[in-house]
Design a protein around this ligand. Structure first.
Ligand code: BG6
Length: 489
């Protein structure tokens, strides 16, 4: 009788991830144009809570104000942790840990500064080429996100981001250029980071200002933008099949695994509906068509947009090669939501009394990761990649050391559950911890919420040496990779 593997496959892709807008800095160097996230400021939590915008979003009024004068405003994503100038050193550290894969993103505005140029910016292309060469020198496979929550600011202002159909062609042109240029160096591609986040945070996910939408309602604008991103992804897959046949084109969502609050049928139904809203993205990517349950959601929310026959064909013919997702925590579904809620990854949730929480109140639920891996594999039967999983914490640098045993404990428990999922028969081929090195938090724009194996000496205001220090988790992860996930102590 067939037996499931007892542990991680030999060629399992161990590594970690970053995103250009959070790690690079050099926001106006090498010909880069301004991007949507260059305009998101850091405010101390007590000021931010009074602003009328979600997490990493800004309002159109704020954008206008910052464009007139950005003096005195703190934009941490413009400096990241300065990987732009440290990439050789940083990748050397990744190699020392033994990474098999490094998930990074390309900043679209480095390649096409406004997004609408015909010719790419050669300096931008060379920058990523150097990064890929550096990775390959150490046998590290780059896995590339084409757009990790950012786009050229020009497209945001001119087209209200992905709300406009025209942005598809600009993005596909950008994708075509990078696929062609890097086809000998990059195999794994993800067109969009966490595509479902547009539902919760339209500026973050799609460069949309709700004040500027053209359609009748914001729900229509959001799903229109999401539709445009589906079409762009399908076109990219079609191009890759011809020009880079070895490329593997995947998709990504923020996995919002949820549990019904009780066994009351209404709560179970709420959980099912929440799960459908999360799986909707994967259903389109993996099955090549809109699932029927979404037509009811659209009708009930007066969402209206056209899906042409040609688009239906494109989606059908260009499904993804693999599914990737971020996993941080689990959520609770209740028909009649209570007001006692905790913050979460862009989405808040009821408190789960069975789980511990991080300093930022995100629940810690390793078993939820095994549940997710099983559910997604049962549903799609496609290879899975855990593209993000990690712990945001306030690390203390003392005498050049960071003792982050809490991070080791978090990661250890999650890796154990991935191993259990492998034993359950799930086809999971890689795991990239969020993050390889400290960077600016997406949701709060602070550096204080650190995720990396490598500490970077810089504070929320850009003060510091930017010197790199290995945390205790660095040596620990090195052992994990060297033992292919067997030595977790
Ligand atoms: C994911 C994003 O949603 O969560 C990352 O893809 C982000 O960009 C990560 O950094 C953690 O969220 P945060 O807000 O703690 O940085």
């Amino acid at each position: 009788m067939k037996k499931n593997a007892n542990t991680f496959p030999k060629n399992f892709l161990w590594g970690a991830a970053t995103a250009a807008n959070q790690v690079e800095g050099g926001y106006n160097e090498g010909g880069k144009g301004l991007s949507s996230f260059d305009m998101v400021p850091f405010y101390e939590p007590e000021i931010r809570k009074d602003l009328d915008v979600l997490t990493s979003d800004i309002s159109y009024e704020q954008l206008k104000e910052y464009k007139q004068s950005d003096k005195g405003i703190n934009f941490p994503k413009r400096r990241g942790t300065d990987m732009y100038h440290h990439y050789q050193e940083d990748i050397r550290y990744f190699a020392e840990m033994g990474f098999k894969v490094y998930r990074l993103s390309i900043a679209w505005a480095r390649i096409f500064p406004t997004g609408v140029e015909k010719e790419p910016n050669e300096a931008g292309l060379k920058f990523y080429e150097a990064i890929f060469d550096e990775c390959l020198k150490y046998g590290i496979e780059p896995l590339v996100t084409m757009s990790h929550y950012e786009m050229p600011l020009y497209l945001v202002e001119k087209y209200n981001g992905w709300e406009s159909h025209e942005v598809i062609a600009y993005f596909v042109h950008y994708a075509e250029v990078i696929l062609e240029r890097y086809k000998g160096k990059v195999k794994y591609w993800i067109p969009f980071n966490e595509m479902n986040m547009t539902v919760f945070s339209p500026y973050t996910g799609a460069g949309i200002f709700t004040e500027n939408i053209e359609t009748k309602n914001i729900e229509t604008a959001k799903y229109q933008a999401i539709h445009h991103q589906f079409i762009a992804s399908a076109k990219i897959k079609a191009i890759a099949k011809k020009t880079a046949p070895n490329a593997q084109i995947g998709c990504m969502i923020a996995r919002l695994e949820n549990y019904p609050a009780t066994c009351a049928p209404q709560d179970v139904l709420s959980a099912l509906k929440d799960d459908q809203l999360n799986c909707f993205f994967l259903d389109v990517f993996a099955r090549g068509k809109y699932p029927n349950y979404m037509y009811r959601v659209f009708a009930e929310n007066e969402v209206e947009f056209e899906i042409t026959e040609e688009e239906e064909r494109l989606l059908k013919e260009n499904t993804v090669d693999f599914i990737s997702f971020s996993y941080y925590m689990t959520y609770i579904a209740r028909f009649d939501p209570t007001s006692q809620r905790n913050s979460g990854n862009l989405v808040d949730t009821e408190i789960n009394p069975y789980l511990e929480k991080t300093e930022w109140n995100w629940t810690i639920d390793p078993i939820g990761l095994r549940i997710t891996l099983n559910r997604l594999y049962d549903r799609y039967q496609l290879p899975l990649f855990v593209a993000e999983n990690g712990l945001g914490a306030t690390d203390q640098l003392v005498a050049g050391k960071v003792h982050d045993d809490y991070r080791i404990s978090y990661l250890k428990q999650h890796i154990e559950q991935i191993k259990e999922a492998v034993r359950d028969g799930v086809d999971v081929f890689g795991y990239t911890v969020w993050t390889a090195i400290d960077l600016v938090s997406c949701g709060t724009n602070e550096i204080t919420k650190r995720y990396g194996f490598i500490y970077v000496d810089v504070d929320n205001y850009g003060k510091g040496t930017f010197k790199r220090y290995k945390k205790d988790s660095f040596e620990w992860y090195k052992r994990v990779i060297a033992s292919n996930g067997e030595k977790l102590e």
